[in-house]
Design a protein around this ligand. Sequence first.
Ligand SMILES: [Zn+2]
Length: 413
Amino acid sequence: MISKQKIIDRFTSYVTVDTESDPESNTTPSTKKQWNLANALVEELKEIGMEDVSIDENAYIMATLPSNIDREVPVIGFISHFDTSPDFTGANVKPQIIEKYDGNDILLNKEQNIVLSPKEFEDLLMYKGQTLITTDGTTLLGADDKAGIAEIISAMEYLIDHPEIKHGKIRVGFTPDEEIGRGAHKFDVKKFGADWAYTMDGSQVGELEYENFNAAGAVVKVQGKIVHPGYAKGKMINSMYLATEFLNSLPRLETPEHTEGREGFFHLNSIEGTVDSTKLQYIIRDHDKTHFEARKEVMRKLADELNSQYEKELFTVDIKDQYYNMREKIEPVMHIVDIAEEAMKMAGIKPLIKPIRGGTDGSQLSYMGLPCPNIFAGGHNFHGRYEYVPVESMQKAIEVIVNIAKLTAKKEV
Ligand SMILES: [Zn+2]
């Protein structure tokens, strides 16, 4: 296997480059600085001996590891993203290496007394004795998803160095802007040319995901009427009171803080209001397509009811679908999940299959014609100062990629 030190060096070289994405930007990539890592990755892919290495005008990177067998077998792909979340700063990341983790509190930052503790994050205890990479408490780490990139490149390098391992054609894809929901938007599925792919973008070792939310965003506008408060009787309509009527009519227990597993929700993201008008921004989530559609209908009906109650068009609801549950696209090709499961078992990992309470680039790609389940990259506590990744989990992810390559080589087209 690839040495721990090599993985640490590779991963560190990525996370120390700031690639935070920006939802306010309209360009691709959303931030210019993402080019810095993107260009370096292109060079690295060439250096390790990948072929057809390309980067397009939007910084989407693709590369090929050619087949080393005579038979035709399916072309598979591995995908991850090089941007980091705008939720927390990704500038000046100073990774710290904790060797042989002893299961106690980790002092991330002495000056600011920032501690990563198993009392708060009990997952840490699974990694006793292992090598952890943490932040210095002032930034995120960027294991999401630079761990995925390090794993994919390491696995390709391993396969290049071990030609005795037989595999078909493998495609690699690295994207910008996943964290702002646009990683798949400009992904050229045709150019990628894989029969299916895996995003290496999950968390804990063993995670394997092919179900995610159906997602929509809803904007509810409430129109009031502003009149001088001294002369308002019978005339003023205070949109903020009407807005609370709307939000109180939705089921209070069907919200993120009261749901788990496959339970869906309405999530009120923001309220902005004056007497004259109020805007409520919601997200709607549900794994089940029928329930998802019903939730959208509930909001529209509620607006209609309130409008007829007030005998005025005061409420408008504008709903836009954001992404869909990939399960629908994966179920007809379940063997691609079976291969990943088998690849994990070969590496001595117990697969943890669970529905994602969110979306992945893979869900969008699946609807663009590239079925794309999600596999663990190994990190924990994404998007914040407590993010960490065990190097042993990254080694396991590399092994899983290599095993998937081996297993696919036994498949017929
Ligand atoms: Zn990610």
